[in-house]
Design a protein around this ligand. Sequence first.
Ligand code: GRF
Length: 207
Amino acid sequence: MKKIAVFASGSGSNYEAIIEAFHSLDSQQVEVSLLVCDKPQAYVIERAQKWATPTFVISAKEYESKEAFETVILKELEKANIDFIVLAGYMRLLGSTLLQAYMGRILNIHPSLLPAFPGKDALGQALEYGVKVTGITIHFVDEGMDTGPIVLQDTVTIDLHETKTSLAQKIQKLEHQHYPATILQCVTGEIVMEERKVKWVQKSNEL
Ligand code: GRF
């Protein structure tokens, strides 16, 4: 059984989509063993209570450096024997402490077709630019802001009278549809990151 920690700062709809998908799969392969949240007021904490996910809430402002903050998180991950980190609306750039410990075992989801519109407010950036197609990207995490080898992308069209709200609904639907299955593929080693590239591994029993 592989143990996942979900990192989130906000509403947590992706966290819940992941939990629901894993429950309905009745998966013996993976479980969400920990939620790490850096915002004490975030709605994701309520969702985690409902699903009884152990939750670690930590405030960055109480630490003098990113290293000190992440060292405390890393201890929690080690205590819970976490194998894999899934970022789901975690609004911080990971630092070297977590990256060194989990490189190749961290996924992120971003609401645009990277490398277009990285960073905050990807939907606003897409609407402002006037692109007619945008989408989602699931990628392994490296040192950069929404960089890292891309595992999966999917698209939505931006209609004439699209608003940020209507676009957010389309994007979220796609995120919830793809993230759980892609996480499963990466956690079970079907998809891996090697030398900063994504590689699909053929399982020997499928040969
Ligand atoms: C998602 O759109 C994700 O792509 C981005 O942050 C958002 C989180 O939404 N990284 P939620 O908290 O999972 O509802």
